[in-house]
Design a protein around this ligand. Structure first.
Ligand SMILES: NC(=O)c1ccc[n+]([C@@H]2O[C@H](COP(=O)([O-])OP(=O)(O)OC[C@H]3O[C@@H](n4cnc5c(N)ncnc54)[C@H](OP(=O)(O)O)[C@@H]3O)[C@@H](O)[C@H]2O)c1
Length: 256
């Protein structure tokens, strides 16, 4: 029976690139996302290589997640991998000017959605045992602060700590857990973050030679294909063009 990989957020960016990468190796795929037309088109394309089960759902909808996972067809139940990828950032305004609604969407998607898929799929991963693995999409924002990152960065700090804690609870099961922490990657992520502002989106990546979704897919492919006795705990990557800014210092109190 083929190994199955469950990917949340497969309609663009990393999730889509992972679906393509693993399809080439013949993994059966369960692909999720809210944009039905994109999901169906990808499922149709990849079904030339492997078995694909598209699930149109919102990871924030716990009931929908429970129903979809309970109803997985038999041939997709031998779960070897879970890529908790669905996620987003909304806005970069300073905290006092942010919308509380946006903060809630980030918490509900990046934290609660990830918890639903993890908890609901853990029994299947444990049943697979040695060789199974979860890759959670954290971010450099989870441990490097930057202006405007507030709740987004905090959700990714949650993902990092949850991933490490989960490893402890899975000892003896053979199931691996990785927190993958990318820096600047070119995807619709920034289009979503900037509310569809294409100019700002393009300016984000201009001249920076950012990481591409295919680079992330290769990294995840490497993580999930490590020998069964190896766990990549955390892995941070940035494009060479990206480094850290210095400390910000408020000098408005200096004598004039
Ligand atoms: N790009 C970066 O620079 C970067 C860096 C570090 C970490 N990350 C993280 O990597 C992950 C993937 O990002 P990406 O760059 O590939 O962004 P992307 O191209 O915008 O893809 C995000 C995916 O998440 C899905 N998604 C968002 N909200 C969802 C919801 N409520 N329910 C179901 N699916 C949902 C989207 O699908 P639908 O809209 O169709 O639902 C889409 O497939 C995210 O967790 C992000 O935080 C990105």
């Amino acid at each position: 029976m083929t190994s199955t990989l469950f990917i949340t957020g497969a309609t663009s960016g990393f999730g889509e690139a992972c679906a393509r990468r693993f399809a080439r190796d013949g993994w059966a795929l369960v692909l999720t996302g809210r944009r039905e037309a994109r999901l169906q088109a990808l499922a149709e394309e990849l079904s030339a290589y492997t078995e694909v089960h598209p699930l149109v759902l919102d990871v924030r909808d716990r009931q929908a997640m429970e129903q979809a996972i309970a109803g997985l067809p038999e041939k997709f139940t031998r779960l070897r991998g879970l890529i908790n990828n669905a996620g987003l950032a909304l806005g970069t305004d300073p905290a006092p000017r942010c919308s509380l609604d946006d903060w809630e969407v980030m918490v509900d998607t990046n934290i609660k959605g990830l918890l639903y898929s993890t908890r609901l799929l853990l029994p299947r991963l444990i049943a697979y045992g040695r060789g199974a693995g979860i890759v959670n999409l954290g971010s450099v924002a989870g441990h490097w602060p930057y202006p405007g990152s507030h709740v987004y960065g905090a959700t990714k700090a949650f993902v990092r700590q949850f991933s490490l804690n989960l490893r402890n609870d899975l000892v003896g099961t053979g199931v691996r857990v990785t927190d993958l922490e990318p820096g600047l990657c070119e995807s619709e992520f920034s289009l979503v973050r900037f509310g569809g502002d294409r100019e700002r989106y393009e300016a984000t990546y201009a001249g920076a030679e950012p990481i591409q979704p295919e680079d992330i897919a290769e990294t995840i492919h490497w993580i999930l294909n490590q020998p069964a006795h190896i766990n990549i705990n955390t892995l941070e990557l940035m494009p060479v063009s990206q480094t850290w800014a210095g400390f910000a210092i408020d000098r408005s109190r200096s004598a004039s």
